[in-house]
Design a protein around this ligand. Structure first.
Ligand code: AMP
Ligand code: ZN
Length: 115
């Protein structure tokens, strides 16, 4: 989608601090980090949010996105101390970009419940 920020990052039209890429996903540092390590993992294909992962055939996108997020956390050295994966959906979820993304947060002790 030409008007989608993360599609434009995936296409290389908007610069990002890229951590890793696969054929169908990429990971880049969040522009406004909420933890010492804060990386976003997105599918290259436009999927608006977690709610759209229920569409037929999207299980492959959902599975590879979660697996890639785990690989990125490993690459960033977060496994020993731990990390948090977050997906926000819609207004109550606090989603601000309409292209599904996994937040990979680490480097500090997270609190619960989330805000
Ligand atoms: P969410 O609120 O879950 O939709 O998360 C969107 C995230 O995208 C926020 O944490 C923003 O800081 C981040 N963000 C917005 N624009 C950019 C950008 N150009 N590059 C990297 N991260 C961004
Ligand atoms: Zn998009």
């Amino acid at each position: 989608m030409s008007d989608c920020l993360f599609c434009r990052i995936a296409a290389g039209e908007i610069p990002a601090n890229v951590v890793a890429r696969t054929a169908d996903a990429m990971a880049f540092h969040d522009i406004n980090p909420q933890a010492p390590t804060h990386v976003l993992v997105i599918p290259t294909e436009h999927v608006a949010g977690p709610a759209d992962l229920v569409a037929p055939g999207r299980e492959r996108v959902a599975g590879s996105l979660l697996q890639f997020a785990a690989q990125v956390a490993h690459q960033l050295g977060l496994v020993a101390t731990g990390y948090r994966l977050v997906l926000n959906q819609g207004v109550d979820g606090g989603q601000s970009v309409g292209h599904v993304h996994v937040h990979v947060l680490g480097g500090r002790r997270m609190t619960w419940p989330p805000g």
